[in-house]
Write a protein that binds this ligand. Structure first.
Ligand SMILES: Cc1cc2nc3c(=O)[nH]c(=O)nc-3n(C[C@H](O)[C@H](O)[C@H](O)COP(=O)(O)OP(=O)(O)OC[C@H]3O[C@@H](n4cnc5c(N)ncnc54)[C@H](O)[C@@H]3O)c2cc1C
Length: 490
């Protein structure tokens, strides 16, 4: 049995590892000259940056894959004691600590939060996760067997406890009795899947549980070490990677995928797995096949403008992850999702890997990955938007850090929705595929298999169960369970 995987994003690599355990031959065809897609790295002078994802949660999903290698590659990570540092517009500072009791003490002291409310909130988040993860995240939602399990029946019976009908903001306001800073802090978790807290359903309030319970981590060598370790594992199992190889067509005959074409060369295979965004997979690789129009028309998640800044100074008040909140969060999301423009006063995220990996920046300096959420690309003038965002970011950072940041920048590059789309084929440059701005979003994501074309499968951030590294890894696992099993397993 031979499998072809289109794309070496984190999900494509993970799927190739699992398929190599079943199939004789697995080939990954990647358009870029490097693996990882969004999960890659950037070097500017003496500064190294994590180019895309920066928050590493649920490392056991990566470990599970590395343990499949004949010889497990070197891969280590550090558990963070400080999850994130928050800086509010009125200059209040809050350090979110990993230890739950310390977190609650700090929230009570700095943000005037009620201890019992936060404890209750986190317990409720855990209950929601335990009730739904096995169904919504770990199985196909498009197979009847999922709905016939006892686990699903239990979740459906308790559906009203999942807060599906209210928005995350409504749930947070109610559960935290309107404490504005705690509400803003917990509303931020909507951005973990590129959605608006004022639109996404309250079930998203389970996300803080993942951060507080499972913890946050930093991989030694930076986020790209995840990509490198997974590629090593795949290669150790015989997976072949072909870089600079852009698939131009999925060959379908009699409603069955027969292989792919790279320009005029036909590469046959028993199954085809696309890790390319599902929208261009249909539109560019099989334009004559019937596409699931409603699924593909889903609103896209947010995108981002990122500045990579080499900063010739150290800031002891900052940590690996830092958030500088905007003054008016509701306005910010209205601008992103309704007006489809970059926010005038954006919340700014600053990731500094040199805090935990000193060799990522020259001595006495720091590598700042500065990110702002913006809408996906629907034709905005990104050059103008980017310049506007840059000024707004500088003004927020200057105000809170009380210095002239621009004067400290000695290296600079950027990423924006058009570059994200060019470099990874993500439709409209969205970070997480479709947005989760309605209560049916989980069911409207494209399944991990084609309902019309036999032997065609999908994995990655644009399909079920969604974007972000942990969910991409789960999509690979779901696919590996769905593909036909050869008579003799390796
Ligand atoms: C700026 C940014 C910040 C993020 N922050 C986080 C974070 O902190 N934590 C987190 O968990 N997630 C984060 N994410 C989301 C996360 O990066 C993605 O969900 C995940 O990496 C997507 O992986 P994927 O497998 O879907 O593939 P992608 O990374 O989208 O890669 C797809 C690959 O397919 C290749 N390809 C496309 N078309 C073809 C073709 N025709 N032929 C051959 N190859 C093709 C592309 O070149 C690319 O390499 C962030 C994303 C971005 C961009």
């Amino acid at each position: 049995m031979k499998a072809i995987v289109i794309g070496a994003g984190v999900a494509g690599i993970a799927a190739s590892i699992r398929l190599a355990k079943k199939y004789d031959s697995v080939t990954v065809l990647e358009a870029n000259g490097y693996a990882g897609g969004k999960l890659t790295t950037l070097q500017l002078g003496g500064y190294r940056f994590d180019a895309g994802p920066s928050l590493f949660t649920m490392p056991h999903f990566v470990d599970e894959l590395l343990n499949l290698a004949h010889k497990r590659p070197a891969f280590s990570y550090l558990k963070k004691e400080v999850v994130c540092k928050y800086f509010f517009d009125d200059k209040t500072e809050f350090t979110a600590l990993a230890d739950p009791q310390a977190y609650i003490d700090e929230a009570a002291e700095k943000l005037g939060a009620r201890r019992d409310l936060i404890e209750g909130y986190l317990e409720n988040a855990k209950r929601k996760y335990d009730l739904t993860a096995g169904i919504f995240l770990e199985k196909s939602l498009h197979k009847w067997s999922t709905y016939l399990s006892g686990e699903t029946i239990k979740a459906i019976a308790q559906a009203r406890k999942l807060d599906l009908t209210e928005s995350l903001n409504e749930v947070n306001t109610k559960r935290l009795e309107g404490n504005p800073k705690m509400v803003q802090l917990f509303n931020r978790y909507a951005t973990y899947n590129g959605s608006s807290p004022y639109l996404t359903p309250g079930i998203m309030s389970m996300i803080p549980h993942l951060e507080q319970h499972y913890g946050t981590y930093f991989p030694s060598g930076g986020m790209v070490s995840i990509t490198n370790a997974l590629v090593n594992t795949a290669q150790s199992l015989g997976v072949e990677f072909k870089f600079n190889t852009k698939v131009t067509e999925i060959v379908v005959e009699n409603k069955e995928a027969k292989g792919v074409k790279v320009n005029d060369t036909f590469l046959p295979s028993d199954i085809v797995l696309s890790n390319m965004d599902v929208v261009p997979t249909y539109k560019k690789l099989m334009p004559t096949q019937k596409a699931p129009a409603k699924t593909l028309a889903q609103e896209r998640s947010s995108s981002a403008v990122i500045f990579y800044w080499g900063i010739k100074k150290e800031f002891p008040q900052l940590d690996l992850h830092n958030i500088f909140f905007s003054a008016d969060y509701e306005k910010e999301f209205k601008e992103i999702f309704e007006e489809k423009k970059a926010p005038t006063d954006p919340t700014v995220y600053v990731h500094i890997s040199s805090k935990d990996e000193p060799k990522d920046a020259p001595k006495g300096c720091e590598n700042w990955f500065v990110m702002v959420n913006v809408p996906s690309n629907t034709g905005q003038d990104w050059e103008a938007e980017r310049e506007r965002v840059r000024q707004a970011v500088l003004s927020r950072l200057n105000k809170i850090l009380k210095c002239d940041i621009e004067a400290l920048i000695e290296e600079e590059d950027y990423l924006d929705p058009t570059r994200i789309e060019e470099r990874t084929s993500s439709f409209q440059g969205a970070l997480y595929g479709a947005a989760s701005n309605n209560k049916f979003a989980a069911f409207l994501r494209h399944p991990n298999f084609s309902q019309n074309i036999k032997h065609l499968y999908f994995c990655g951030g644009s399909v079920h169960p969604g974007g972000g590294i942990p969910l991409c890894l789960l999509s690979a696992k779901i696919v590996a369970d769905l593909v036909p099993v050869p008579h003799v397993q390796k």
